[in-house]
Design a protein around this ligand. Structure first.
Ligand code: ARG
Length: 468
C-alpha cells in the first residue's frame, strides 16, 4: 500500500488535511512516547485482536477483514519478536506504529480496526492489561520471598538475638521470629497487590475518545475475551482514570519501604560491630582501595532504590492533580514512573529471594550481643510480680539491680543469688531460669510471641497459607 493512501504514514508531515504545517523535529521528539511505550506492544495487539473479534461478531467489520487483521497482527508479532519491526518516532507511539504497519500489510482492513475506539481508551486498556500481568508476576515473587524467609525462620526458631527498641538492646528474641516480622509485611504487600489488581483489571475500551461511541459495541464480550473482571462504567472516567496506576505505585512504594527496612538491618548486621549474618559473596562488592572490605552493596542499593519508587508515587499523584476531564496528554507521563516502579520492585524481589536463601546467621555473635545490655531485666521484674510484687515496684527494684550489676561491670544475669537476694528477699534459686536467654524466650509463648514453639506454629501457619 502506498503511503499516499495511508494517512498514518504521512503523520510526520501533518496529522491530516486539517494541518497546514508539519511538527518540528523537536516537538516530535518531545511529544513522542514510542521510545518507552513500545514495551506495551503485546498488550496493544491483544487488545486490538479482542476489539476486532467483537467488531466482527457485531457485524461492524466483515469476516474477511477480521481474518486480515489477525493475519497482519501475527506478522507484526513475528516482526517485533525478531527485532525486524521498525519503530518510527514520527508515528509517535506504540499504537500508531502498530496500526500503520497493519495498514501497510493488510490495507483497508487495517484502517477499519479503529472503528468505535480511540487511542484514549486503547492506551488505558493496554496499560491495564500489561500491569495486570506484571502484578501476577510480582505476586509470585512475593510468595517466593516469603517462603525463603519462612524456611530461614524454621531453621532459626531457637537462635537467640537481641531485640531492639530505639536500637538499644531491649529483650532477647528469636532470629526466626524477627524474620517472620518481614513475612507479615510481605504478606500484606501481596494482599494489597491482589486488591489493586481488582481495579486494574477493568475494561475502558468502548469509551472511545471520551463520550462513548454510536457503534453497537459489545463491551462485555471484549472484557471476557481479555479476561477482565468488569467494565469501566463511565466513558469520561474510563479514559482519564489513572487511580489504578497510582494505587499500584503506592503498593510498590510501600513494598520497597519494607525491603528498605530489611536492607538497613542487613547492613547493620553485616557490619563488624554486629557480625550477625553473612551474605553470599556474589551479593557483595569489594573496595578499590581497602583490600579488607566486603560491602553489602545489594541491600544498600535496594534501600536507595526505595527512594525512587516513593518518588514515582509522588510524580504520578501530582500528574493527576490538576487535570480536567477527560483525557489529556499529561497522561502519557504515567508510563515511565509506572514501568520503573514495576521493574525496580520486580528485580529487587528476585534478588532478595536469592540473597536471603543464601544468608548465613552467626548464632554465637547474636547470642553474645544478647548477653550484653541486661536483656532479661524485664524477666526479673516479671519474676518478682509472680512472687507478689506490684509491677511498678518490681520495675524499680530491677533498675537498682541493673545499676549494681553495671557498677560491678557485670551483666544482671551474672549476679550471684546472694547479690540478688540483697536487692529483694523474695528472689530464690529458681530466678536463673527466667533470667537466662532461653528462659526469657520460652516464656513469651502467647500468640505472636517470640517463644520458639510459637515461631514454629507461625511457620506452619505461613506454610499452609502460602500453599493455598
Ligand atoms: N501515547 C498516548 C498516551 O500515552 C496515547 C493516547 C494519545 N491520545 C491522544 N488523544 N493524543 O497517553
Amino acid at each position: 500500500m502506498s503511503s499516499s493512501t495511508n494517512p498514518l504514514a504521512n503523520k510526520a508531515q501533518a496529522w491530516s488535511a486539517l494541518f497546514a504545517e508539519p511538527m518540528s523535529e523537536l516537538v516530535q521528539r518531545y511529544t513522542a512516547s514510542v521510545g518507552f511505550d513500545q514495551r506495551l506492544w503485546r498488550a496493544d495487539i491483544q487488545g486490538s485482536l479482542a476489539h476486532a473479534e467483537m467488531l466482527e461478531a457485531q457485524g461492524l467489520i466483515s469476516a474477511e477483514d477480521g481474518a486480515e487483521i489477525r493475519r497482519g497482527m501475527a506478522a507484526i508479532t513475528a516482526e517485533i519478536e525478531s527485532g525486524a519491526f521498525e519503530w518510527k518516532l514520527a508515528l509517535e507511539d506504540v499504537h500508531l506504529n502498530i496500526e500503520a504497519r497493519l495498514t501497510e500489510l493488510v490495507g483497508l482492513a487495517g484502517k477499519r480496526l479503529h472503528t468505535g475506539r480511540s487511542r484514549n481508551d486503547q492506551v488505558a486498556t493496554d496499560v491495564r492489561l500489561w500491569l495486570r500481568d506484571e502484578i501476577d508476576g510480582l505476586l509470585a515473587l512475593l510468595g517466593t520471598l516469603q517462603r525463603v524467609l519462612v524456611d530461614q525462620a524454621e531453621r532459626h526458631a531457637d537462635t537467640v538475638m537481641p531485640g531492639f527498641t530505639h536500637l538499644q538492646v531491649a529483650q532477647p528474641v528469636s532470629f526466626g521470629h524477627h524474620l517472620l516480622a518481614y513475612v507479615e509485611m510481605f504478606a500484606r504487600d501481596a494482599e494489597r497487590l491482589a486488591d489493586v489488581r481488582k481495579r486494574v483489571n477493568r475494561l475502558p475500551l468502548g469509551a472511545a475518545a471520551l463520550a462513548g461511541t454510536p457503534y453497537p459495541l459489545d463491551r462485555e464480550r471484549v472484557a471476557r475475551t481479555l479476561g477482565m473482571d468488569g467494565l469501566c462504567q463511565n466513558s469520561l472516567d474510563a479514559v482519564s482514570d489513572r487511580d489504578f496506576a497510582i494505587e499500584f505505585t503506592a503498593a510498590a512504594a510501600l513494598g520497597m519501604v519494607h525491603i528498605s527496612r530489611l536492607s538497613e538491618e542487613l547492613v547493620l548486621w553485616m557490619s563488624q560491630n554486629f557480625g550477625f549474618v553473612k551474605l553470599p559473596d556474589r551479593f557483595c562488592t569489594g573496595s578499590s582501595i581497602m583490600p579488607q572490605k566486603k560491602n553489602p552493596d545489594v541491600p544498600e542499593l535496594a534501600r536507595g532504590k526505595s527512594g525512587r519508587v516513593v518518588g514515582h508515587l509522588m510524580g504520578l499523584i501530582t500528574l493527576m492533580k490538576g487535570q480536567p476531564l477527560a483525557y489529556n496528554k499529561d497522561n502519557q507521563e504515567d508510563k515511565e514512573p509506572l514501568f520503573d516502579s514495576v521493574d525496580t520492585w520486580r528485580d529487587t524481589l528476585r534478588i532478595f529471594a536469592e540473597m536471603l536463601a543464601g544468608l548465613q546467621a552467626v548464632p554465637e555473635a547474636m547470642r553474645a550481643a544478647a548477653s550484653r545490655g541486661h536483656a532479661t531485666a524485664t524477666d526479673l521484674a516479671d519474676y518478682l510480680v509472680r512472687k507478689g510484687a506490684a509491677f511498678r515496684d518490681a520495675h524499680e527494684t530491677v533498675a537498682h539491680a541493673v545499676r549494681t550489676a553495671s557498677e560491678q561491670g557485670k551483666e544482671l544475669a551474672a549476679l550471684t543469688l546472694e547479690q540478688l537476694q540483697a536487692i529483694d528477699t523474695r528472689i530464690e534459686a529458681d530466678v536463673f531460669g527466667p533470667l537466662s536467654l532461653e528462659g526469657s524466650l520460652a516464656a513469651r509463648k502467647g500468640l505472636g510471641g517470640t517463644a520458639p514453639d510459637q515461631v514454629i506454629a507461625q511457620v506452619r501457619r505461613h506454610r499452609s497459607r502460602l500453599q493455598a
